[in-house]
Write a protein that binds this ligand. Structure first.
Ligand SMILES: [Zn+2]
Length: 211
């Protein structure tokens, strides 16, 4: 995976490293990080910075045993970087969401298929299969959408996204992704639960749009 050009925004990586993102976003980011050396390094740096900050804040009077327990607790609080390998085109975090099974696609019409992996108060996570050259009907969304390409590519008004690339789409982006000619495009897409996480969105997008 050498030519990733669309990465996870820094603020989002920081929130991921701190473990504060809704689960569907965390899975997409874990999958990207498992494919992307640059974002993986950033997450490891963030996690190390977070640990160092907390160790400075740790009361000086703690005895050694208490400090060890505190650092053990900190280690488990930060999600470990995901394993690098999964199965076929599916990185390990996606295989986990699939519970180790191959996708069970549901036809959506026009040859487009999807499998919903989770949908609850945290948002939704799904796999999408778009036949080559086919457009996904134009849509906007109630909140933030993160899409990771696992196979093939798609293009929309924001550019071309190939395997490993992530598109971050806010709710005001009306976009119509079209799969590339090289073959079917398979993506992992997370959307947030509009009401619950709406307040996070402007903050997460700030570095992106400089609002
Ligand atoms: Zn990246």
């Amino acid at each position: 995976m050498s030519k990733i050009t669309h990465h996870i925004p820094e603020e989002m990586l920081r929130a991921y490293a701190a473990g504060t993102l809704p689960q569907p976003f965390a899975v997409v980011i874990a999958a990207h990080v498992s494919l992307c050396d640059a974002c993986r390094a950033s997450v490891e740096t963030e996690a190390a910075l977070g640990g160092a900050l907390l160790s400075e804040l740790a009361p000086a009077g703690l005895d050694e045993g208490a400090r060890d327990r505190l650092f053990a607790a900190l280690d488990t609080a930060v999600p470990p970087p995901p394993p690098l390998r999964g199965s076929g085109i599916f990185p390990a975090p996606v295989m986990e969401a699939l519970k180790g099974q191959p996708p069970r696609w549901k036809m959506l019409g026009g040859g487009i298929r999807q499998q919903i992996l989770s949908a609850d108060g945290e948002g939704s996570l799904r796999l999408l299969y778009i036949p080559r050259g086919r457009a996904v009907p134009e849509h906007s969304h109630g909140g933030l959408e993160l899409t990771l390409v696992l196979q093939g590519s798609f293009s929309d008004c924001e550019g071309r996204f190939a395997a490993g690339d992530v598109e971050v789409a806010s709710d005001d982006l009306d976009h119509q992704p079209i799969a590339g000619d090289e073959g079917p495009c398979i993506c992992l897409a997370a959307t947030d639960a509009p009401l619950r996480f709406r307040a996070m969105i402007p903050r997460l997008l700030q570095p992106l749009f400089r609002i």
